[in-house]
Design a protein around this ligand. Structure first.
Ligand code: IMP
Length: 197
């Protein structure tokens, strides 16, 4: 298997995916590049379920291909693991991350460091050309900062502080983030699992 389709339309994710998987899969296509357009209802209850829903939908449109998909989110312990699987939809899909991040910081006002723990979670699902399925999950632990910092990355990166670096993930370079991030780790794990098959 030298080729795979990744079920995402997000260019930022595609860059990360290519960086990590290119040594094993010379040809990595986004859904758009593979000419696949399907409306996918992400109505699963876990990251793994949502990732598998996306992978299966694309696999159905591209029989015989290796298809991967991911689902990710931010869990804040103090907020009962919110926004979790609803991270993209938090306060509405079209609301800016300036507003979403400011809102989360406000909800943690007065909460001390040790109770500001949070993690990014990423599940990756695969449907193989013969129909077999597998899923992996990885996380990165951190805490919610007191203000937005950094201009790299996307989404909740400016408020996600990583103690080992003393920085938010929006202050890390793309290479640094790939090495430690939930998505980077999950992609490497998936690559190993696929090699075993
Ligand atoms: P999905 O995985 O595309 O369904 O969306 C996950 C949502 O979680 C994104 O839209 C972001 O809000 C958030 N998220 C996931 N991974 C990251 C990350 O690496 N940095 C910042 N936000 C993230």
């Amino acid at each position: 298997m030298e080729r795979l389709i990744f079920a995402t339309g997000n260019e930022g994710k595609m860059r990360e995916i290519r960086d990590i998987l290119a040594d094993t899969y010379p040809e990595i296509l986004s859904m758009k590049e593979a000419g696949i357009r399907t409306d996918i209802m992400e109505d699963g209850k876990t990251y793994e379920e949502n990732a598998m829903i996306k992978a299966r939908a694309v696999a159905e449109a591209a029989p015989g291909e290796l298809v991967l998909a991911d689902d990710s989110g931010l869990e804040i312990d103090y907020l009962g693991k919110e926004p979790g699987i609803y991270s993209a939809r938090y306060l509405g899909e079209d609301t800016s991350y300036r507003v979403k991040n400011a809102d989360l910081i406000r909800r943690l006002e007065g909460v001390p460091d040790e109770q500001r723990t949070a993690r990014f979670v990423c599940a990756i699902a695969a449907v193989l050309p013969d129909g077999r399925e597998l899923a992996v999950r990885a996380t990165i632990e951190g805490r919610i900062d007191y203000e937005e910092k950094g201009n790299n990355g996307f989404g909740y990166d400016p408020i996600f502080y990583v103690p080992e670096f003393g920085k938010t993930t929006a202050e890390l370079t793309e290479e640094e983030k790939n090495l430690v991030s939930h998505r980077g780790k999950a992609l490497r794990l998936m690559k190993e699992e696929l090699k075993k098959l």
